[in-house]
Design a protein around this ligand. Structure first.
Ligand code: UDP
Length: 452
């Protein structure tokens, strides 16, 4: 296949967006396309910890900051981001147009719907890439359509192709619209121009969300599931050179984690992480510490540097020998390790997909946005985990945490969940294997682009 089919893949500079879009880029490159992953200057400095992504070019364009922006600020200032980045993207496309590799197509992060307008200005087709589940996307679509009215009231919400959802299963900014206006505006904006896109790429796979995918297809949406977006080394051996995981925005403590896990028995460790953004209150950190300790399991806990001050002062003495706390880890390598018994997770979409694809059952402790819906599916649809119940203060108590861990790691139901997880792992692999549903979708996209 010729190499000049150049695809730009534009990602919002957050870890949970970069990871799946980079893996997707690698898959496109493996099908013969030239791919440039474009991100923005906010993460210029943190990206120094990145590990090479050999088959994909990386380009940084300006978002008006030079590596020092607080990421939460970034979400709050999406309007400014839009103005600056649409200008830098236009300049970048113009520059490429007069190079040897003019772009042929733009895949853009779903939170940047305006990137399609920029692409079209230069005669390019585009497709959004959704880094959230199909189910969550359909909920936001119904919000845009007015099928869901705000604030959400009543005990349940019924939407086509989805299980009945309670308020606890839906993003908090829908039940409480004034809680975080930038996210509500973002959710409303997502579907502003999506039918002008050539395709809709979803970081998910057919078997995982069959009913929702079928519903989307019945609406004539040009949907293509292309996940799970996991490096091929974890799923199959076809891309032998695909050794690196990706672009970390935090420095992973690889040796410490893996060496420590190597000393532990099979399925004996609780891996605990709340992703790259979530921040627990001090009281919650205390309860979590004692819940982990009282479970009597070994635990590997990711506490980002900015969160570490919330750890109880006597934490190290109290949990000596049982726990390892690091500020960031190579999560896929950790989840793939035989010592891991369960994953206590905030249910970010990537973490959820990674656990499902590696056969690890979960203790779900969602914090906000799509995580609440993901938790619902983890427990009631895919049946691979339990969800922590919050008390009247909104806190997960140490007793509840201990109970949930024991249930997943030791109990009878835990065995069932592990069995279900293994089944999802097989289906994830099948989707990405040669001729599998996601692999075919990627192949088809590149083939059509080459012929166009
Ligand atoms: N991750 C990692 N090391 C860690 C914690 C997280 O590599 O110590 C990765 C994880 O594998 C996932 C991403 O960071 O791909 C987090 O994305 P997710 O959607 O789960 O959560 P977010 O950070 O967006 O809330």
């Amino acid at each position: 296949m010729e190499r000049e089919t150049h695809i730009l893949v534009i990602t919002y500079p957050l870890q949970g967006h970069i990871n799946p879009m980079l893996q997707f880029s690698k898959r496109l490159a493996s099908k013969g396309a030239r791919v440039t992953l474009v991100t923005t200057s906010t993460i210029r400095n943190s990206m120094q910890a990145l590990q090479g992504a050999s088959s994909v070019n990386i380009e940084i364009i300006s978002d008006g900051s030079e590596g020092d922006e607080n990421l939460e600020n970034l979400i709050a200032t999406l309007d400014r981001f839009k103005v600056i980045v649409s200008q830098s993207l236009a300049e970048y496309i113009e520059k490429l147009d007069s190079s040897n590799y003019p772009p042929k197509f733009v895949v853009y992060d779903f939170v940047l719907p305006w990137a399609l307008d920029v692409a079209k200005k230069y005669g390019l087709d585009g497709a959004p890439f959704f880094t959230q589940s199909c189910a969550v996307s359909v909920i936001y679509y119904h919000l845009k359509q007015g099928t869901i009215r705000l604030p959400i009231e009543g005990p349940t919400v019924s939407l086509p192709s989805l299980p009945k959802l309670t308020i606890d299963d839906i993003s908090s900014f829908l039940s409480n619209p004034s809680s975080y206006p930038p996210l509500l505006n973002l959710a409303l904006d997502l579907f502003s121009n999506f039918l002008e896109a050539k395709w809709l790429f979803f970081s998910s796979f057919m078997d995982l969300e069959l009913e929702v995918v079928n519903w989307m297809a019945s609406q004539q949406w040009p949907i293509k599931t292309i996940g799970p977006t996991i490096p091929s080394m974890y799923l199959d051996k076809r891309l032998e050179n695909d050794k690196e995981y990706g672009l970390h925005l935090f420095k992973p403590d690889v040796d410490a984690c893996i060496k420590w896990l190597d000393t532990k028995e099979t399925h004996s460790v609780v891996y605990t992480s709340f992703g790259s953004l979530a921040s627990l209150g001090e009281e919650q950190m205390q309860e979590l510490t004692w819940g982990l300790k009282n479970s009597s399991c070994y635990f590997l806990w990711i506490v980002r540097e900015t969160e570490q001050k919330k750890l109880p002062t006597n934490f190290l003495q109290e949990t000596a020998g049982k726990g390892l706390v690091v500020s960031w880890c190579p999560q896929l390598e950790v989840l793939a390790h035989k010592a891991i018994g369960c994953f206590m997770t905030h249910c970010g979409w990537n973490s959820t997909l990674e656990a499902l694809s590696l056969g690890v059952p979960m203790v779900a402790m969602p914090q906000w946005t799509d995580q609440l819906t993901n938790a619902k599916f983890i427990v009631d649809v895919w049946k691979v985990g339990v969800r922590i119940k919050l008390d009247e203060r909104g806190i997960a108590t140490k007793e509840e945490i201990e109970l949930c861990i024991r249930e997943v790691i030791g109990g009878e139901r835990g065995k069932e969940m592990r069995g279900n997880s293994i089944r999802w792992k097989e289906l994830a692999k099948e989707a990405m294997d040669e001729g599998g549903s996601s692999d075919k979708n990627i192949e088809d996209f590149v083939a059509k682009l080459v012929c166009s």
